[in-house]
Design a protein around this ligand. Structure first.
Ligand code: C2E
Ligand code: CA
Ligand code: CA
Ligand code: CA
Length: 273
């Protein structure tokens, strides 16, 4: 038994060593990737539930990591946040999104664009100035830009001040993954916001009466604060019908489109030959 235990410790050591090396490699690769064109932004349509028209899109980061293919954000955003690399990376995403949306705007298709911003980015002193400069240089109407934050931002007073300042310039604020963190009515009351995003986990179990009740409550809550609701992860017509009947404003999900690099389909103005 003693020997077995020793072996297990060695196996564990080796696995841990592998993990540490893989993480270090990912960190090195991530650092090297900044300033190259390895980070791409995909866009997923957001549709109005009443008439199914695309009204905007969420910008979602992807990493074309050499030797690894297209890497999803869960595999590099947490690392980028830990190391502070989220600041330059987030600036790149924001810049791409504003440029893309300004293109839609000048093509006569003024769609909104919504960008995920981590608390770490908001806490960076240059953030507000970056947003202002990007809106000026691209000519994007500030109302067409929405910043998506999670409830965790409430814990950071400085980040909240920056967010409040940006909102005063006409940029909209969305609460992402609402109801999955530490929601508090007092925060909702204290800090104005424009959109509540209903998390996928709720959308996927609407038939459960308790979940259904919570979602109705979130929709009413948003209404009481003059905000709209976007349901994420909508994959079926049944989910869309339920949400529409409950008064949810907008939906996003594979039913309408996956995140993708090209958006010819839903950015068409309808005036093409
Ligand atoms: P999120 O902000 O909650 O984004 C929505 C996620 O749900 C996206 O995953 C999207 O592809 C996925 N999704 C949308 N509709 C459906 C559906 O119908 N079914 C299923 N199964 N999934 C759906 P993605 O692109 O992998 O992004 C994951 C997370 O990574 C995002 O979650 C966001 O928290 C983070 N993220 C992505 N891009 C950025 C970024 O530029 N900056 C920051 N800070 N975070 C980002
Ligand atoms: Ca989001
Ligand atoms: Ca979300
Ligand atoms: Ca989420």
């Amino acid at each position: 038994a003693k020997r077995d235990g020793g072996n297990r410790v060695r196996v564990f050591d080796r696995r841990l060593g592998d993990q540490v090396r893989a993480r270090q490699q990912a960190e090195d690769d991530l650092r090297a990737a900044l300033g190259t064109d390895q980070f791409v932004v995909h866009y997923q349509p957001i549709v109005a539930l009443d008439d199914q028209r695309v009204t905007g899109a969420e910008a979602l980061a992807r990493w074309q990591r050499p030797g690894h293919g297209l890497t999803p954000p869960q595999e590099f955003i947490p690392l980028a946040e830990e190391t502070g690399m989220i600041v330059p990376l987030g600036r790149h995403v924001l810049s791409s999104a504003c440029t893309r949306a300004a293109g839609w705007q000048s093509a006569g298709r003024p769609l909104g664009v919504t960008v995920n911003v981590s608390t770490r980015q908001l806490a960076d002193t240059g953030f507000a100035a970056d947003v202002t400069a990007l809106l000026a240089s691209t000519g994007l109407d500030p109302h067409l830009l929405t910043i998506e934050v999670t409830e965790s931002v409430w814990a950071d007073e400085a980040a909240m001040r920056v967010l409040t300042g940006i909102r005063e310039t006409g940029v909209r604020v969305a609460l992402d993954d609402f109801g999955t963190g530490y929601s508090s009515l007092s925060y909702l009351q204290r800090y104005p916001f424009d959109v509540i995003k209903i998390d996928k986990s709720f959308t996927w179990s609407l038939e459960d009466p308790r979940t259904g009740g919570v979602v109705r409550c979130i929709i009413d809550l948003a209404g009481a604060f003059g905000a709209t609701t976007v349901a994420e992860g909508v994959e079926t017509v049944e989910q869309a019908d339920w949400l529409r009947a409950a008064g949810c404003g907008y939906a996003q999900g594979f039913l309408y489109g996956r995140p993708s690099a090209v958006q010819d389909e839903w950015t068409a103005t309808g005036t093409r030959p």
